[in-house]
Design a binder for this molecule. Structure first.
Ligand SMILES: [Zn+2]
Ligand SMILES: [Zn+2]
Ligand SMILES: [Zn+2]
Length: 159
């Protein structure tokens, strides 16, 4: 009951102010002939700042949601490819690992999907056989060594 009373009181204050052309927020300044406005210039400006703050707050929570979605997709894609482990040298430090297109033509794909949409898109695919997990060293080694990591050549020589 108490609450209802409070609500209707502030409601009537709002309409009273509106009726006599006062800013409904501060109740001090006249709105004047600013058609369709309910707040004085000063309150309007404050409102806009508040709105912008809310916008950025939403924006950062949106980004958080995207990051979370990507992390889940990443975990799942990596899991399907054998986990967070370089298939060449066995490196397991996540920071060093990258998902690579086997034929090296992942660039177009990355461009097409954009950085953040590739993993969720891959997740929907049944066939990930064109992808492999490599650490930065092996990835670079493969690239600089004509498509095969030096680790592998050394191994072959040793055998
Ligand atoms: Zn005002
Ligand atoms: Zn490696
Ligand atoms: Zn290697």
């Amino acid at each position: 009951m108490e609450k209802e009373k409070g609500l209707s009181e502030s409601g009537s204050r709002y309409y009273r102010r509106r009726k006599i052309g006062l800013c409904v927020r501060c109740g001090k300044s006249q709105i004047g002939n600013r058609i369709g406005k309910r707040h004085c210039l000063e309150c309007d400006a404050q409102y806009r700042i508040y709105d912008r703050k809310r916008y950025y707050k939403n924006k950062s929570s949106r980004l958080e949601a995207i990051q979370k979605r990507n992390q889940i997709a990443k975990d799942e894609v990596y899991r399907k490819l054998g986990g967070y482990k370089c298939i060449c040298c066995g490196e397991t430090e996540k920071v060093f690992l990258t998902l690579e297109h086997k034929n090296g033509d992942g660039k177009e794909e990355r461009k097409y999907y954009g950085g953040s949409r590739l993993l969720p898109a891959l997740l929907k695919r049944d066939d990930l056989s064109n992808y492999e997990i490599l650490c930065m060293n092996c990835n670079l080694g493969k690239y600089r060594n004509g498509g095969i990591c030096p680790h592998r050549i050394n191994k072959e020589l040793r055998v």
